[in-house]
Design a protein around this ligand. Sequence first.
Ligand code: KIV
Length: 276
Amino acid sequence: MRITINQIKEMKPKGEKITMLTAYDYVTAKIVDEAGIPLILVGDSLGMVILGYESTIPVTMEEMLHHTRAVVRGTKQSLIVGDMPFMTYHISTTDALKNAARFIQEAGAQAVKLEGGVTVAEKVQRIVECGIPVMGHIGLTPQSIHQFGGHKIQGKTPQAAARLLEDALALDKAGAFAIVLETVPAPLAALITKKVSVPTIGIGAGIDCDGQVQVINDILGSYTDFVPKHAKQYARLVDIMSSAVTDYHNEVKSGKFPTEAQSFPMDESALAGLDK
Ligand code: KIV
């Protein structure tokens, strides 16, 4: 049985911290699911960490659906949230509804996430009314990176803080079941968490959020040179993978691999007469 949005919402008043991680493929999703992580986000961060784009902006619906299907196939318990890509919910409510429905109907996700507060609240309400759970996302919303002029902390001035609180309240009212707060000062995230009825899930938003989300590649240490400030490396997979690949390369070149253990014998009499 998969975790439901009601179970996620019930964790807030109980003070139970909520864990969420991204996943983009079958194998990784299976590990995350079996670890008991209740929420898996198939984030449009896949644009950077899987597909090698410079930002989330080029990510398409087809790419998101392809990876969401793989994650759904790898999981049994986690609630899968599909991230709606840039411009798939901005132009009209009809577009937003159609694209949200594709995540549920064609990819098997249980919820969608979209970026924005007051400006998308009406669309959130319509999607929820159609029976599709929505996770909100405010603060440093990567699809608006050009508008922000870079990866800047959001909500630092009194006006910006008031706007973010207004955004969170609008999403809560529209029926979002949880709200991601990205790169927001910890005291503001704590205030928003107190003011909204649904769980807040922080990324670079401090300890007082109801839950935390991280990009899995960041916490596993998949890169050689880059650790975002909001992330902690729980492993250095890049070192393990790089050393395994180098060992393989060297052993093939030197004739050490494969050995008999990786080979399949046969009765050589079957070859008699073939090598003339
Ligand atoms: O795409 C993503 O991974 C996200 C998280 C960083 C919240 O939106």
